[in-house]
Write a protein that binds this ligand. Structure first.
Ligand SMILES: [Fe+2]
Length: 461
């Protein structure tokens, strides 16, 4: 169960009201360009319609905050407690996740009224609190806001997949953001030599940052909010390791492809190779080849593939195979966390996160620090793409399943999934931190997921 520190108890209710409004409005802003029909589409079982996300996040506040804390609270519609429950078995059941796109009723207008009903009740509840806030209310409020931010990222990734599934390929954000593709070419050749030649001046050289062997503290320090899966903080022994200064680029991934990456079973884990063969994988998700050039589907629609951008929409299986091909490996989640802890706080505010509204990873920047081969700075740590680690998603030593329905939030998924770190271009800035653990099954690739390599120091020199 998420914890609340004394720092938060001292916060004032009006500050929380502002924060509540800001997070809730961010969700509506994300869907404002979508039609009611767009918001109904569910293009695969793992994705959900935007309308469902908007309703389910509202359900969360109604279920976990309003109903238990306001005596005589009148729900907007008693049927919604079942309809918009995602997976909480202790709350009495829910529709199967694969049919969320079948709910034409309630209408989008009714969902908007549902949000207003809950927002009004939340504002009344928070307004009642004067001065210092009740600690339990704060804990639930914080959980609800972080939950909503998780679904904001899913709104983007799910509508991107839905629009890619549509043969006319609509764009989530039709206007090309000027920060993207400043020098895009009409398409890069798939051939290794030509790809390198066409983009060499823009790709930042990859350097390795060394970290010493030692026993490190990992996990959240309880200053501020954390999900239960980031706790408890504990010690972890790490051998010395090196981690890459930036994410792997499309150019580097194309070289892997041109080198037979998808045709060489020796590069792949057993399950991974079966998955490649069964699904005919030959490139990352959203890549399309026309003649000898590659394009990719983005939130701006189909775009030429930029060799300097981070490779994105790859699975753990692909990330692991690429690392093996590159004579490297993926970092463990604790190596990643220690490396991320060495990055300045400003890396987050300058990171390519949701608020930048790029909705797409951007190339690493040329800088003297990044080029320092002895102690290069780490780029793209927060934002751009989630970074696969080699760590399975399991409980930390001393972890306890929280009691009650809230205990179903994270703990019950600690099986058959891999940890990703760092956030993406669809992650809200106030939602990500160095201890944050995302998790997905190893074959999934509709999230903005990419690759940062690690290696053992004995390979150096
Ligand atoms: Fe949820």
């Amino acid at each position: 169960m998420p914890r609340t520190s004394s720092l938060y108890i001292e916060s004032l209710s009006h500050e929380w009201l502002e924060r509540y409004d800001k997070v809730r409005n961010q969700s509506l802003k994300l869907v404002e360009t979508l039609t009611p029909e767009d918001q109904m589409v569910q293009s695969m079982p793992e994705a959900s319609p935007a309308k469902w996300h908007i309703a389910h996040t509202t359900w969360f506040f109604e279920t976990f905050v309003l109903a238990p804390r306001i005596s005589g609270y009148v729900p907007f519609d008693t049927r919604f407690s079942f309809l918009f429950n995602s997976y909480y078995k202790r709350l009495g059941g829910h529709p199967h996740r694969t049919i969320r796109g079948a709910f034409s009723r309630p209408s989008l207008d009714e969902i908007r009224l549902y949000r207003m009903h809950v927002d009004n009740a939340m504002q009344e509840l928070l307004g009642r609190e004067r001065g210092e806030m009740n600690a339990e209310l704060l804990r639930l409020l914080e959980l609800g806001l972080n939950h909503e931010q998780q679904h904001q990222e899913l709104i983007v990734t799910d509508i991107k997949h839905a629009f890619w599934t549509n043969p006319i390929r609509p764009a989530f954000r039709p206007a090309l953001h000027p920060a993207l593709h400043p020098t895009s070419k009409p398409g890069c050749h798939s051939g290794q030599v030509r790809a390198v030649e066409s983009s060499a001046s823009r790709v930042v050289p990859l350097a390795w940052r060394h970290f010493d062997e030692g026993t490190y503290e990992v996990g959240h320090d309880m200053r501020g909010f954390a999900f239960d899966n980031e706790l408890p903080r504990h010690k972890a022994y790490l051998k010395s390791f090196c981690i890459a200064s930036r994410l792997i680029t499309n150019q580097e991934y194309m070289i892997f492809m041109d080198n037979g990456g998808y045709r060489r079973p020796e590069l792949w884990l057993s399950d991974a190779w079966d998955h490649v063969c069964d699904n005919g994988w030959g490139s990352p998700l959203y890549w399309e080849r026309t003649g000898d050039t590659w394009a990719q589907f983005t939130c701006n629609g189909m775009m030429p593939l930029d060799p300097a951008e981070p490779v994105c929409h790859v699975s753990f299986y692909e990330a692991d195979a690429f690392a093996r091909w590159a004579d490297a490996r993926l970092p463990t989640e604790f190596e990643w966390e220690i490396a991320a802890g060495s990055v300045r706080d400003s890396a987050k505010t300058s990171g390519n996160l949701l608020e930048k509204e790029n909705f797409h990873p951007v190339p690493a920047r040329q800088s003297a620090k990044a080029a320092n081969q002895l102690r290069p700075s780490l780029q793209q740590v927060f934002g751009d793409t989630w970074e696969w680690t080699s760590s399975p998603y399991t409980a930390y030593p001393g972890y306890h399943f929280p009691a009650g329905a809230e205990g179903e939030y994270n703990g019950k998924f600690m099986c058959n999934q891999m940890v990703l770190r760092g956030g993406s271009c669809a992650t809200p800035e106030s939602h990500i931190r160095s201890t944050y653990r995302n998790f997905f099954p190893p074959q999934m690739r509709w999230q903005f997921s990419g690759i940062r390599l690690a290696r053992n120091p004995e390979l150096d020199g």
